[in-house]
Design a protein around this ligand. Structure first.
Ligand code: PLP
Length: 448
């Protein structure tokens, strides 16, 4: 073990990592584009963009400059008043959301916080519009909405919550549109997905519409195993939410800013206009921490009504930090200037679509892909769909790593067992490197 690893082992507490004295975490040293090098001198293509956030890749000097320039100009200022980068970024977010509505944005530091903000806005909105009993939130099984206790309560993956429950009061979960393991005996994916949407209506009715504040969903379930619904699913969800005065929160923490081949995931579903859109990760491509909750003005305006307590009494010291907002603006400028969203759509279809061929392997139950986001549902047996063991899945990941490719895994088919392998490379990954990803994963499957 090299020196940095030894020191890290003693003092640094790693995230979601089982302690294994024989496999110390690697220590990253530098990054270039889609690649990084560790302190042992090994180079890897980062096939999961860090934690699905390093969308424009390492080494974007313009972003570095934007942060430094902002820190020189105004190092810090709280958003109890305003600063220029936050004003400009909030306007940019409204433009990119691309609806006929106007959105007002509250800034935070992370995706978890952006979702917590949305929950508080939803509850206060209902209290101030004559529905004080509307306090419950509905999300889907397999969803991940964050690590803080409210966001974790909306998260419905048993292995994330195990030993941390009980969570917050008023969080309910409904079945997701998961056609591969559908609870409905239907061959038509779209019909099965729409039936899953109907379960939301059923739950609202059973719970009592007067008690339900909001429904939160990712347009594409990412960390829960890359579950891509029929685009009509979100349209149906919107209809249901409108019918019962339940706010629709789109969690775009992963889907937002191009990952699925559109600027936002909800934009795949024509006519969908979420009440709130939460963002983080790709908003800065990971260069600095930032979260954001964009709120339709009709809802946000309720917080401007006269009265002692009608304003939003929520604050985050670092939320919307000037440097983070300046970084986000530059990041979004690069994404638009270099047409990276079109690139993701185009090269996803042209190159990453070949990953689908892995489905001919006996241990690959389904390959699901949209843009630069792909999931491989690994099974022991295609008939029974029993998840492949962690050990076998580890072999695929280990093979890829030996070849210089980092891929991820997630999903929660059986508590504690993650059987979906995940690929989500940076948007700037070269065509050659995209082919390398396809070849390496295909070879890795064939080693099984
Ligand atoms: N929402 C989704 C869909 C996520 O994938 C994540 C993180 O992975 C979060 C929220 C939480 O974001 P953060 O880790 O920045 O708190």
């Amino acid at each position: 073990m090299v020196m940095d690893q030894k020191v890290g082992e003693k003092y640094l507490w790693n995230a979601v990592r089982r302690y294994d004295p024989s496999a110390a975490p690697m220590v990253a040293n530098e990054g270039k584009g889609a690649w990084f090098t560790d302190t042992d001198g090994n180079s890897y293509l980062d096939g999961v963009s860090g934690l699905w956030c390093l969308n424009v890749g390492h080494g974007q000097e313009e972003i570095v400059e934007a942060a430094a320039e902002q820190m020189r100009t105004l190092a810090y200022f709280p958003l109890t008043n305003s600063h220029k980068p936050a004003v400009n970024l909030s306007q940019k977010i409204d433009e990119l959301l691309g609806t006929d509505e106007t959105y007002r944005t509250f800034f935070a530091n992370s995706g978890s916080e952006a979702n917590e903000t949305a929950f508080k806005i939803a509850r206060q909105y209902h209290v101030q519009t004559g529905n004080p009993g509307k306090y419950k939130f509905i999300s889907r099984y397999r969803a991940y909405h964050g690590s803080t206790l409210g966001a974790l309560s909306a998260t419905a993956q048993a292995n994330r919550r195990f030993k941390y429950d009980p969570g917050a009061v008023g969080f309910l979960h409904v079945h997701p549109p998961y056609s591969y393991r559908s609870i409905f005996d239907m061959h038509d994916k779209e019909a099965a997905d729409l039936k899953a949407a109907d379960l939301l209506e059923e739950m609202i009715n059973w719970e009592g519409e007067e008690s339900v504040a909001a429904f939160i969903m990712e347009p594409v379930i990412s960390g829960g195993g890359v579950i891509i619904p029929s685009f009509k699913y979100m349209q149906r969800v919107q209809e249901i939410c409108k019918k019962y005065n339940v706010l629709l929160i789109a969690d775009e923490v992963v889907s937002g800013f191009g990952r699925t081949g559109k600027m936002f995931g909800f934009q795949h579903s024509e006519g969908v206009v979420p009440d709130m859109v939460t963002m983080a990760k790709g908003i800065t491509s990971g260069y600095l921490p930032l979260g954001a909750t964009a709120v339709r003005s009709e809802i946000a305006d309720v917080f401007r009504e006269p009265g002692e307590d009608n304003h939003f009494r929520h604050v985050s010291t670092f939320g919307g930090h000037p440097a983070a907002c300046a970084v986000a603006l530059k990041n979004l400028e690069i994404i638009e200037r270099d047409q990276l969203v079109d690139r993701v759509e185009h090269l996803g279809n042209k190159i990453l679509d070949d990953l689908k061929k892995c489905e001919s392997h006996p241990n690959v139950g389904e390959v699901r892909r949209i843009g630069f986001l792909a999931g491989f549902e690994m099974v022991k047996d295609k008939e029974t769909k029993e998840p492949l063991s962690g050990e076998e899945i580890g072999k695929v990941m280990g093979y890829c790593k030996d070849q210089g490719l980092i891929i991820g895994k997630n999903g929660d088919t059986v508590p504690g067992q993650n059987n979906v392998l995940i690929v989500a490379p940076p948007f700037i990954t070269s065509e050659e490197d995209l082919h390398f990803i396809v070849k390496t994963i295909t070879d890795a499957m064939n080693q099984l």
